[in-house]
Design a protein around this ligand. Structure first.
Ligand code: GLY
Length: 375
């Protein structure tokens, strides 16, 4: 039997450095991967019912093979779990299980589970270690790496949380086989983002290999996750708490967050779909401001379209607010500083930068035209 390749990306953060392991079959060897972290052979696993249904048996067997006992809590799937009630449930359960300061919490699931479990681990007994086992494309290439943990409140998404780095990330690319195509492609939106923000050659590679990757080819899929994680690791190592470069990871997100709020964080628009549309709009704005070539937004959209992804406001079903309404939602963005909007714009593919002085009238005109194209 051929052994699947496992690659390692190190996130260099001094005493809090950790490995992201990427490859097919990591669930089956999770016990061997996690064992060196454990003072005693037991873990508490926070997961959601969907991830558990698909992946629990493989993970439990992998842990058992190394003699590790595992308890699990199934949280309800969906963004609604990532709030105060879900956090209380997770923390109470961990305390009931007598998880100690040196024990390890495992997060098995997508971004919601990882963010919630990471925050629960951050505040449990003033901080216990946790391992991320991301089961969605989005979580493998973005949310499981970098230590942003937290919950949503009535005031908005991710407004309460902590930077708490995992001790290990196991990205088993084989688990992505179980994802519905729409979720897979939404996660791919974050992969495209990496090419757009900092690596033109990677974007070009995605243009050539994206369709095979989406069709399930393991080699391109692993290469895409690996390069995305490498880029994230480099940026997080430079700027862990987002005082500078880490904001580049938010390319497309100012538009995306407004669109998610406008669509009620519903099935009308998945986060990764909003990121893809947001990236296209960020390139539109950059072109309008004369920062990048006029044809560049078209190239971005052409790739999204080839992949069967949403690329325009016209692709979002149902009503949207007008340009004033969208701009009001954008003003809630966490990148706002002293009341000034900051956008991630680009001088070309792979050349993103933080811009603090994008003219509001250019943004307004862009949104007005994009909304008019919906009719
Ligand atoms: N998802 C953006 C970041 O981790 O900074």
């Amino acid at each position: 039997m051929q052994t699947a390749t496992v690659e390692t990306v190190r996130v260099e953060l001094g005493a809090r450095s950790y490995d992201v392991r990427i490859g097919a079959g990591l669930l089956a060897r999770a016990g061997a991967e996690i064992a060196p972290l454990l003072p005693r052979p037991r873990v508490a696993v926070l997961t959601d019912a969907t991830a558990a249904a698909h992946h629990w048996d493989a993970l439990a067997a992998g842990l058992e093979a190394a003699g590790i006992a595992a308890d699990r809590l199934d949280l309800p799937p969906g963004e609604g779990t990532k709030g105060w009630a879900g956090l209380a449930q997770a923390v109470e359960w961990l305390l009931e299980r007598r998880v100690e300061r040196r024990d390890v919490v495992v997060a098995l699931g997508g971004g919601v589970t990882g963010d919630l479990a990471g925050f629960a681990a951050a505040i449990l007994r003033r901080g216990v270690r946790f391992v991320q086992i991301p089961t969605t494309m989005l979580a493998q290439v973005d949310s499981s790496v970098g230590g942003k943990t937290g919950i949503n409140t009535a005031q908005g998404k991710n407004l309460v949380g902590a930077f708490h780095q995992p001790a290990l990330v196991l990205a088993d690319i084989a688990v992505l086989d179980t994802l519905p195509a729409r979720d897979f492609l939404a996660g791919y939106g974050e992969v495209v983002k990496y090419g757009l923000l900092g690596d033109a050659a990677f974007f070009e590679w995605l243009e050539a290999n994206g369709p095979a990757l989406a069709a399930g080819a393991r080699g391109p899929r692993q290469a895409a996750v690996h390069r995305s994680v490498q880029m994230k690791a480099e940026i997080v190592a430079r700027d862990e708490t987002e005082t500078g470069d880490r904001a580049l990871l938010n390319l497309g997100h100012t538009f995306c967050h407004a669109l998610e709020a406008a669509t009620g964080y519903s099935e009308r628009l998945l986060h990764g779909e909003g990121v893809a549309i947001g990236c296209a709009l960020a390139f539109d704005l950059s072109a309008r401001m004369g920062l990048c070539a006029q044809e560049t937004p078209g190239r971005v959209r052409a790739h999204l379209r080839t992949m069967g992804m949403k690329a325009d406001l016209a692709d979002i079903p149902g009503d949207l607010p007008d340009a004033d309404g969208l701009m009001a939602l954008m003003a809630q963005d966490k990148k706002v500083q002293a009341g000034r909007m900051r956008y991630i714009l680009a001088r070309g593919i792979g050349q993103a930068f933080v811009c603090a002085d994008a003219p509001a009238d250019a943004v307004h005109a862009l949104l007005t035209e994009a909304l008019a194209a919906r009719r």
